[in-house]
Design a binder for this molecule. Sequence first.
Ligand code: TXA
Ligand code: MG
Length: 326
Amino acid sequence: MARILSLSGDWPAARDAALAVLHAARPIALPTETVYGLAADATSAEAVTAIYETKGRPRFNPLICHMSDLAMAERYAVFDPLSRRLAERFWPGPLTLVLPLKDGSGIHPLATAGLDTVGVRVPAGAAARLIAAFDRPLAAPSANTSGGVSPTSAGHVDADLGPRIDLILDGGPSPVGVESTIVKAEPDGRLRLLRPGGVAAEDIEAELASVLIRPEAAGAIIEAPGMLASHYAPNAHIRLNARRVEPGEALLSFGGQGIDGAEKALIALNLSLEGDVRQAAANLFAYMKQADASGARTIAVMPIPDRGLGEAINDRLLRAAAPRQA
Ligand code: TXA
Ligand code: MG
């Protein structure tokens, strides 16, 4: 069973406990501003293998390498001017940049699934302090069984992976609530949005004063598994853009206006009464899990606007609603 250490207590003790597990080439669960990550030494084959095994994740799906700051990221990845500008503007924060891997970087090919690029991100808070103390990048996917809903609390991690890991650092609920936005620098210098996430694409485009290449425009190349069907899937079926609720369904509502049949819902949760997409993102995964735990066979979700973090929310909901592989 995992030991759970709160980060609101003794930081040096929590840090040292985490470093001991990391130095033993085993993964820990740690909070980031987006979701909890299952983190291990990105330079160690044994450590990275343990991540894939603990999650049951396909090994062709590369991991994001987390850095303490931009200076550390520059030791492992080659930055073009636009990517550096985004790093300076949005790090620490929910942005991942896919960049050419530096020769002899030391990042193990298992972490990048053998690609010559690497996804790098600088998380906020305790995660960055821990990486600085470890002085090696931490490969970290979300700390959940592959294909499931990402965890936004230590309790979510414990309920899923607790029996399979040594240590969970508890930093409270993840404030952003959806995973990082992934942007890839193409060889021609243009930037492509691989996954909408915690930094609104509009904010990136405003910083660049140009538009990102979207998956649609590129002929839907499947490069980030966020783009695979049936990701983030709860047990219940998800019914999107619901305009009424059927008896026995769970309801995820959004905004102050009611919806027909709400009184017959098995459980009704409002992602944001004020209609705030940021608040809805922060609540999304916890509410999906709660709705799922109600035992309802279907979760009806009211329409959510596509602006700001709404794009990431709708992306995750679409994947949760997609047909399952098995
Ligand atoms: O917010 C987040 O990004 C969280 C926290 C823990 O940092 N992590 C996360 O990791 O969401 P994961 O493994 O669930 O998603 C990583 C995504 C995958 O879709 C993967 O394909 C993509 O990043 N990725 C990583 N390296 C890549 C690369 N070199 N090229 C293209 N995509 C890459
Ligand atoms: Mg994930």
